[in-house]
Design a protein around this ligand. Sequence first.
Ligand SMILES: [Zn+2]
Length: 327
Amino acid sequence: MDEGMDEGTPFFLDCHVDTIIKVVDDGGDFIHGIPDGQVDLPRLEKAGVGVLFFACWVDPGYLPDRCFERVNELIDGVEALVATNPDKIGLARTMQEARDIQATGKLAVVLGVEGGHAIEGDLGKLLHLADRGVRYMTLTWNNHLSWAESCQKPTESSPKGLTDFGREVVRTMARHGMVVDLAHVSPQTFDDVLIMDVPAPIDSHTAARSICDHCRNLSDMQIEALATRGGALGLTLVPGFLSSQSETADLDLAVTHALHILSVGGSDVLGIGSDYDGIDRAPIGLEDCSKLAQLGASIAENAELCPEDLKKIAHGNLMRVFEAWEV
Ligand SMILES: [Zn+2]
């Protein structure tokens, strides 16, 4: 039984899952099922997910000089997964490729990098990642970099927002078709990127700060600014970002965040970026990726979305932004 799916249901895109770490480090069987995980192919198919971004997250434990090696190891893992299962999944470098792969009934996977420390302060390493097909990079994770401030408390050595080198990173990303992801950055870094002469950025996994006051969430002003700029965001399902009482986070609360983002930013900004497999416990009713169809259906029902707007939220908004960066 495929709940919530019928002829008119658009495919879903999840902009942020950490699953490749489970595959590479723990030998998780993505194709047949990862019972202790939240994402695998059978459950993605059940939910109608057609495009999946593998976030290659670099644990800061790899600092100072093993981050680049680690991110390449995770990318190797994605490539190996695709190479051994060409009948089931395909690696997309462009959104047209993703649509083409999806249209054949396969899962389109796209590479993302989480944590700008992956490039070890070296634009040559950034270019290497772009060459390998990485289509987005969060400027920071929860650690400050010498060139970009994260959303965590400032330290004596952390920069205010983006430095000149940080701007060079952003411009280099734009020249090579790698989307700037503002998840995890500070409000100042966010503002510094928004005024740059590059295409509109994304925030791959976030929620509404006016509903849950967490530093990882976006304020109404930020949601509005991102929408006005033409960017998009992925609604995250991290329980602690949905509610300060994270154990109570559930499907209804995720829908409340979505409705708020729609009311503040309109129908062109919202997408999905679950962070499944980056969280120990998922919200009640959204236990794993098979529930994304229910999430889409609940948002559509509560917001009284027309089919066109549901399509935008399911995949269209984020794909539009990625397309705008393609070179
Ligand atoms: Zn994250």
